[in-house]
Design a protein around this ligand. Structure first.
Ligand code: FAD
Length: 686
């Protein structure tokens, strides 16, 4: 072991760094394994450890993946120079999915995103990969939740459309969980039951959910548990609800969980690996006609024959044309703006619906089990463990379309109040670490009452605007869980109508795994635990940091660590524990490390400090104050990576500060939030 410790210590020492620094490659260059790919010999790492054989342990070192994406600048050049089969506008889950789908069919694909990848709704979800418990309930009940057996019977109905959506979404859940196994997990959630008749009712709900999902559902089956087990699994559970009903048991039901913005990035990376040219901070300002001339958008009602888009690089101000045989609009709640570039008279189809989440400390929920319940007004509320914290939400309210949606104090109080109906120790505003809002891209159904967002379908819509073969195709609605199917449907429509895309292969995404997944099994052999063991035992990464890196980067964690080891003076901590150098943390209470900032700049297209804090590390989603406190360090690392002047760095820091203060901050005061019937003791903490 001593020999291994010496080796590890050397790897993170300045001398080790000097020699390894030569291995640092410019963005875009292929990464070569730093060490021989010995894992191909399928050495069993754990067996080697058990045998206490240092030689075997070293031999079990996993190889570093070799692929890295081209730099943003290279892709901008291609966007300006080449002609593409498909131009995708919007780099959220949907647009990234369309780019991945089209590129893996052999089409030449361009994707542009006006902000950072997944900086819109796709970073602000509940992080669930799910079929939708509410849709399942809505298939059989017109009033949710029923308050008595009589209520239940009176409001019985059968709406097969909802069942169809649940079935389709559960099929996608199964695919999505296995498509990025390093980042997804099956999350058990407890539905607390406070009335005896809810026990058989929710047993039916759970069984139905499992049956619809089928055998290959990718998560364990649901089960009813006793009061004792419910309270053992979720010690915070109230023994009595605010109406005085005693807890009679619980339903444990499973869905998948992910890290949404990082998932979005890995979809973009997978599209790029398949040949797509993608650039963030590039905004569509107008469309081009088939001959490349700015589209008149004359309101003639046709809206077809589109040959690309006039775009602006928001980092440099440069405008240029991207030419493509087919344009796909995947702009989420902003889709109407692009539709109206093609046809100014097009009826708006998007209905924005705000949803807020609050982040609470980890002790607000059980680490292994979330909670889900129906609110009095028929919404579903979640309180879930996520990234070492607890996420609670969400709300459902109409509002203006905005690139910077903000949560209101009222919504934060609503969520806390609802949580306080099921948790024993009341949660107060001062426990809230951050609060953020997202806008659901709901699609208007003909006849739906304005403002009644709960009555709108979550199903997706593929629209062709006009009759020309290359008419603008818009893909909108749906949810994160269904991004792959939405993309498949959108590209199918493009290929079916546009003869210029006839060379496209059939959709192949069901057989695809995302970058970071070790598709060939050469790195982790399908077991990401091996990755954690390698990071901990071979590289000396601390346990929580290793878990964090594995979860968020998959096999790319090895690339990140290799990069950090090459510059120990920047990315390794001075102090050593047990003879090992450690990766330097950004913040003492979080597992994020400095090296992630540089990695985000070099290999993940981060342009601003907000990109790093919001979409790459997620730190500002987890704790707005912690993010503000590390902002100077993030700016310092980025300035070194990008060669910013002092004045430029100060400007970036100020913009990030304003963003964090305005859109992530929890309410400032500490007024307790209490629902009707719950007394909040003044001194109570969580
Ligand atoms: C509160 C909340 C909770 C949710 N929870 C879940 C959940 O747990 N599970 C689930 O499956 N789904 C969930 N959803 C739904 C899911 O998040 C969305 O359906 C999904 O993220 C929408 O992705 P999108 O790509 O269509 O939109 P977006 O992510 O908004 O992407 C659209 C992109 O287009 C870009 N854009 C706009 N205009 C232009 C332009 N002119 N040029 C270039 N780019 C442009 C925007 O910058 C934006 O990034 C939730 C939604 C909300 C609001």
């Amino acid at each position: 072991m001593f020999r291994t410790a010496l080796l590890l210590s050397a790897l993170c020492s300045p001398r080790g760094g000097e020699s390894l620094a030569r291995g640092v490659r410019p963005p875009g260059a292929a990464m070569r394994p730093a060490r021989a790919p010995l894992a191909r010999a399928r050495v069993d790492l754990l067996a080697a450890r058990d045998a206490g054989d240092d030689g075997e342990l070293c031999a079990a070192t996993l190889p570093t993946p070799s692929w890295q994406p081209p730099a943003r600048e290279q892709m901008l050049e291609r966007l300006e120079r080449d002609e593409f089969d498909v131009l995708v506008i919007g780099g959220g889950a949907t647009g990234a999915g369309v780019a991945m789908d089209a590129a893996t069919r052999g089409l030449r694909v361009a994707l542009i995103e006006r902000g950072d990848y997944s900086s819109g709704t796709s970073s602000r979800s509940t992080k669930l990969i799910h079929g939708g418990l509410r849709y399942l309930a809505q298939a059989f009940q017109s009033k949710i939740p029923p308050r008595s057996i009589l209520d239940l019977i009176i409001h019985l109905r059968f709406e097969p459309d909802y069942l169809r959506i649940v079935a389709a979404d559960l099929a996608e859940r199964a695919w999505m969980i296995q498509s990025a196994p390093f980042m997804t997990r099956a999350l058990p959630m407890m539905v607390p039951l406070y009335r005896w008749w809810e026990v058989p009712l929710f047993w039916i709900v759970g069984t139905l959910y499992d049956l619809i999902a089928g055998a290959g559902r990718g998560v364990p089956p649901s089960r009813i548990v006793t009061v004792e087990e419910a309270r053992f699994q979720v010690p915070l559970l109230r023994p009595e609800d605010p109406d005085g009903n005693r807890l009679v048991g619980g339903l444990v039901i499973y869905d998948g969980q992910q890290n949404d913005a990082r998932m979005g990035l890995h979809i973009v990376l997978t599209a790029i690996q398949a040949g797509a040219s993608c650039a963030n901070y590039v905004q569509v300002e107008g469309l081009l006609d088939a001959s490349g001339v700015p589209f008149a958008g004359d309101g003639s009602g046709d809206g077809g024959a589109i040959g690309g888009a006039r775009v602006r690089d928001r980092r440099t101000g440069k405008t240029f044309h991207v030419r493509a045989k087919q344009v796909v609009n995947a702009c989420g709640v902003f889709s109407d703006a692009v539709r109206q570039m093609a046809q100014p008279t097009a009826e708006p189809m998007m209905v924005p619906s705000y949803g807020t989440h609050v982040i609470l400390p980890d002790y607000a929920t059980s680490a292994q089990m979330g909670m889900v319940w129906f609110t009095k007004d028929g919404r579903v509320l979640y309180l879930l463990p996520w990234e070492g914290s607890a996420v609670a939400g969400t709300t459902d309210a109409p509002g203006e379309i905005s690139f910077e949606p903000r949560s209101s104090d009222g919504e934060v109080d609503f969520i806390l109040g609802e949580c306080n109906r099921v948790v024993r120790e009341p949660l107060r505003r001062d426990a809230v670490r951050s609060a953020w809002a997202g806008i659901r891209p709901l699609v208007r159904k003909p006849g739906a009452a304005a403002g009644d967002t709960k009555a709108l379908s979550r199903d997706h819509v593929v629209e062709r605007l006009g009759t020309a073969p290359d008419a603008l195709v818009t893909i909108a609605g749906g949810k994160w869980t269904t991004y792959r199917k939405m993309a498949e449907d959108a590209v199918d429509v493009c290929v079916a109508h546009n003869p210029a895309l006839s060379h496209a292969r059939p959709c192949g995404t069901l057989e695809r795994k995302l970058v970071g997944s070790d598709e060939t099994g050469e790195i982790c052999d399908g077991s990401f635990d091996r990755l954690i063991v390698t990071l901990r035992d071979d590289v000396g990464v601390e346990a929580d940091v290793a878990r964090h890196l594995k979860f968020n980067y998959g096999t790319r964690a090895l690339q990140l660590v290799e990069m950090a080891r090459a510059e120990p003076h920047r990315f390794c901590a001075d102090d050593r524990s047990g003879g090992r150098a450690r990766l330097r943390r950004l913040h003492a209470q979080f597992p994020h490390v400095d090296a992630e900032v540089a990695f985000a700049c070099r290999f993940e297209f981060a342009q601003t400090p907000s990109d790093v804090l919001a979409q790459r590390t997620r730190l500002c989603f987890l704790d707005a104050d912690a993010a503000l406190s590390v902002l100077p360090r993030v700016v310092e690392i980025m300035a070194e990576e990008k060669g910013w002047t002092e004045a430029h760095a100060a400007q970036e820091a100020e913009q990030a500060r304003v963003f964090l203060e305005a859109t992530m901050r929890a309410p400032r005061d500490t007024i307790p939030a209490a629902p009707a019937g719950v007394a909040v003791p003044q001194a109570a903490a969580v």
